[in-house]
Design a protein around this ligand. Structure first.
Ligand SMILES: [Mg+2]
Length: 273
């Protein structure tokens, strides 16, 4: 993995050859710092202005792909006319697109039952946040005392063992969060594939150029998908040396802001100039 700024001239060169950029990014830990309570992860005005600026460039299509529910991520970002993908891409809305994965939708009631069970068994643990995001569940344990983590882990694993063995749900572990979701072949990578198909007009002279930024385990599917496109730019927001499929890395959301600023300035000057 190379630091994105160390290859900046190459990136600009690649962008110059492209007429349409699909700029996609994760939210938590990528555009904002990771905070104790997910509801406190606010987008800075600077970041919002930069994203909005990019979305106004005629050759940019901007989107945010998050593990948050669709409504939640829209409320957090608050930019009009961009793509929003919630629940890791199970639901997507944006200019010319309105998608919900039908198999995920079928599982809503099962997730409600699991949520109920988890609330009964773990709800009293101090600091735990059990969140129903509609199409997925998240159990946040960042604020839970160390000696309570094992019981959370055991309980969730038992549920997964019982229900998961029927092939209906699966679990993913992110940054201090367990995510329980329908066990269907759909992830951020497939959501990106859908968006590429949607926005690529098939014109060889107007090739769609995808960029994706993310910081967590579910972003790896996105990086792998982005890397399939010869000029795709996959960026892990992480420390150097972290294991990731991404081609490049940036160290923090602050560096992401610098990247957006450089990109916007270049876009305003015109990539062909
Ligand atoms: Mg993230």
């Amino acid at each position: 993995m190379e630091h994105l700024f160390s290859v900046w001239p190459d990136i600009i060169h690649q962008l110059k050859n492209s007429k349409h950029v699909l700029f996609l990014t994760d939210y938590d830990g990528t555009l904002t710092d990771i905070v104790e309570r997910p509801e406190d992860a606010h987008l800075s005005d600077e970041m919002r202005n930069l994203l909005q600026g990019l979305s106004h460039q005629s050759h940019f299509t901007v989107g945010v792909i998050s593990g948050r529910g669709l409504k939640d991520i829209r409320n957090k970002v608050q930019i009009k006319n961009i793509i929003y993908a919630g629940n890791h891409g199970f639901e997507i809305t944006g200019p010319g697109i309105d998608f919900i994965n039908p198999r995920a939708e079928e599982m809503k009631s099962l997730l409600c039952i699991i949520q109920q069970t988890l609330t009964e068994t773990l709800g009293k643990i101090k600091g735990i946040i059990i969140e129903n995001k509609g199409l997925t569940l998240a159990i946040h344990y960042r604020m839970v005392e160390q000696n309570n983590i094992k019981i959370i882990d055991d309980t969730i694993n038992n549920i997964i063992k019982k229900i998961g063995s029927s092939g209906k749900i699966k679990m993913n572990i992110g940054k201090k969060v367990y995510e329980i979701k329908p066990d269907i072949d759909w992830d951020k990578g497939q959501a990106i594939r859908l968006l590429m198909q949607k926005y690529d007009n098939g014109d060889q002279n107007n090739v769609l150029f995808p960029v994706y930024l993310g910081d967590d385990s579910t972003d790896e599917d996105a990086f792998i998908e982005i890397n399939k496109y010869p000029h795709g730019i996959s960026v892990s927001v992480s420390k150097e040396g972290q294991n990731s499929a991404a081609k490049y890395y940036l160290r923090s959301p602050s560096e992401v802001a610098v990247f957006l600023k450089l990109l916007l300035e270049q876009a305003q000057r015109g990539f062909n100039g």
